[in-house]
Design a binder for this molecule. Structure first.
Ligand SMILES: Cc1cc2nc3c(=O)[nH]c(=O)nc-3n(C[C@H](O)[C@H](O)[C@H](O)COP(=O)(O)OP(=O)(O)OC[C@H]3O[C@@H](n4cnc5c(N)ncnc54)[C@H](O)[C@@H]3O)c2cc1C
Length: 391
C-alpha cells in the first residue's frame, strides 16, 4: 500500500501502487490516468524501447475525448492530420461512390502514426512521474497480482494486463479460448504521398478492400484485406513480397494499382477472431484493450476502445475504496459497449467485400445516402463516436 498525504478530496488511487504490464497505447493511457490521480505507477514493457510498428492509426472522437481529458490535447493537436471525410470508393472503376463529411467532429477525427501517439503518451507519463521498466517481460502472474522480475517479487495493489493479443494476464483470469481464422488476411504498408487529401478512402472490390489515409510527413498508410481459404500467422511482423499484394488487386483500377505500385515493403498476417474475455478482473488483476477484447480492424476501434477502457478503469478505481467493487464496476461499464463495437466491425468486412448484384445495390444505396441524407452515415455511428467516457 502506498503511503500518501492524500487529503479527503483526493480519490482512492492516491493511496495505490499500480503495476501495468504492457506499454502499448492501452497501457500508457492507463498509466497516465492513474498517475494523474496520484497513484504510484510502474509500466513493465517487454520491448527495449517504447515504440510501435510503422503503421497508422485512426483516433476517433470517442478516443480523443478520453485522451484530451488526460491533458495531452495540445500535443495531439500538433501531431496528427485532421480527417475531413471518409470516402467509399469503387476499387474496380476507381470512382468515388460518395463522401461523408467528418470535418465537424468535436473533438476532431484524426490520423496518427502509431509511434507518434506512443511518443505523446510516453512524454506525458514521464512528466506525471510514471516509472517505465523496459526489457521487462512478465511471464507469469499470480491471481493476487504479484509477479517476479529479475529475482524481485513485486506485489502492487493492482496489476493491469495491457499486454495485448497474447496476454498473460487474460490467462490468469479466464480459461483459455481458441481464436478462429476469419478467412481473411491483411497487409499493411506505407508509401510516400506528398499531397494526399486528408480523407480516408475505402476501396471496395469483391472479396477484398483497401483502406488508405495520409499521415504526417507525406506518407500514405495502407491496410489491404483479402478473403482467402489459407492463412498466414497471426501477428504484425511477418513480411511478404509486395508482388503478392499487387497480385491480389491486379484487376483493380489504375488508381489502386498506382498506390500499390509504390509499395516497397509489406507485412502480412491472418485475421483471427477472439472471443471477448468473460471476466476482466480478479480482486487485484484487471485486463484492458486487446488483452480483454481483440478487435478486427474494420471499424478502426481497437486502440480507441483500449483508451476508453483505461480511462474508465482508472476512474472506477479512484471512486471506490474496495478494489473488487471498483473492478466489477469497470467491467460492467465497458463490456456491452465493447461487444457492440466488435460486432459492428465484424459486419463491416462483409459489406466491403460484396460482389455481383449485391455490390451494385449497396453502392447505389451509398450514393443515394451521400446525396439525400449525408448525415445518416455519422448518425448511424453516433453511439460510437459521441460516447463520452469522461462525462
Ligand atoms: C491493421 C490494423 C489497423 C488498425 N487500425 C486501428 C485504428 O485505426 N484505430 C484503432 O483504434 N485501432 C486500430 N487497430 C487496433 C489497435 O492497433 C489495437 O487494438 C491496439 O493497439 C491495442 O492496444 P493495446 O495497448 O491493448 O495492445 P498492444 O498495442 O498490443 O500493446 C501491448 C503491449 O504489451 C507488451 N507486452 C505484451 N506481452 C508482454 C509481457 N508478457 N510482458 C511485458 N510486456 C508485454 C507489448 O510489447 C506491447 O507493447 C488496428 C489494428 C490492425 C491490425
Amino acid at each position: 500500500m502506498r503511503r500518501s498525504t492524500a487529503t479527503t478530496e483526493m480519490g482512492h488511487n492516491a493511496q495505490r501502487d499500480i503495476a501495468i504490464v504492457g506499454g502499448g497505447i492501452g497501457g500508457l493511457t492507463a498509466a497516465l490516468a492513474f498517475a494523474r490521480q496520484g497513484a504510484k505507477v510502474t509500466v513493465f514493457e517487454q520491448a527495449d524501447a517504447l515504440t510501435e510498428v510503422g503503421a497508422g492509426l485512426q483516433i476517433t472522437p470517442n478516443g480523443a475525448r478520453a485522451l484530451n481529458a488526460l491533458g495531452v490535447e495540445r500535443a495531439l493537436d500538433a501531431s496528427g492530420i485532421t480527417a475531413q471525410a471518409v470516402a467509399p470508393m469503387d476499387a474496380l472503376s476507381g470512382k468515388e461512390i460518395t463522401r461523408f463529411d467528418l470535418s465537424g467532429q468535436t473533438p476532431s477525427y484524426r490520423f496518427y502514426h502509431r509511434a507518434t501517439l506512443i511518443d505523446v503518451l510516453a512524454r506525458a507519463c514521464e512528466a506525471a512521474r510514471v516509472t517505465v521498466r523496459l526489457g521487462a517481460r512478465i511471464d507469469a502472474l499470480s491471481p493476487n497480482g504479484s509477479f517476479v522480475l529479475g529475482g524481485d517479487k513485486i506485489s502492487p495493489d493492482l496489476t493491469i494486463g495491457a499486454d495485448g493479443l497474447h496476454s498473460v494476464a487474460r490467462g490468469v483470469i479466464n480459461t483459455p479460448t481458441e481464436p478462429f481464422f476469419t478467412g481473411q488476411i491483411a497487409w499493411r504498408a506505407m508509401v510516400k504521398a506528398d499531397n494526399a487529401e486528408p480523407i480516408a478512402q475505402v476501396w471496395m472490390a469483391p472479396g477484398r478492400h483497401l483502406v488508405t489515409y495520409p499521415l504526417a510527413g507525406g506518407r500514405l498508410n495502407i491496410v489491404a484485406v483479402q478473403e482467402r481459404g489459407d492463412w498466414v500467422a497471426e501477428g504484425w511482423h511477418h513480411s511478404d513480397d509486395p508482388g503478392n499484394l499487387r497480385q491480389a488487386f491486379a484487376d483493380c483500377n489504375w488508381a489502386v494499382k498506382g498506390i500499390l505500385g509504390e509499395v516497397e515493403t509489406v507485412n502480412v498476417w491472418g485475421l483471427f477472431r477472439h472471443p471477448v474475455a468473460a471476466k476482466w478482473h480478479t480482486g487485484s488483476v484487471a485486463i484492458l484493450g486487446d488483452a480483454a477484447h481483440p478487435t478486427l480492424p474494420f471499424l478502426a476501434q481497437g486502440a480507441n476502445l483500449a483508451i476508453e477502457d483505461a480511462f474508465v478503469l482508472a476512474r472506477s478505481c479512484d471512486a471506490a475504496a474496495d478494489l473488487g467493487q471498483a473492478l466489477a464496476t469497470y467491467q460492467s461499464r465497458r463490456r456491452a459497449r465493447v461487444v457492440k463495437a466488435i460486432e459492428a466491425a465484424n459486419k463491416n468486412a462483409k459489406n466491403y467485400h460484396l460482389g455481383g448484384v449485391q455490390r451494385r445495390v449497396a453502392h447505389a444505396g451509398l450514393k443515394a445516402m451521400g446525396k439525400m441524407a449525408p448525415d445518416a452515415f455519422l448518425n448511424r455511428l453516433g453511439w460510437l463516436y459521441d460516447h463520452d467516457v469522461t462525462a
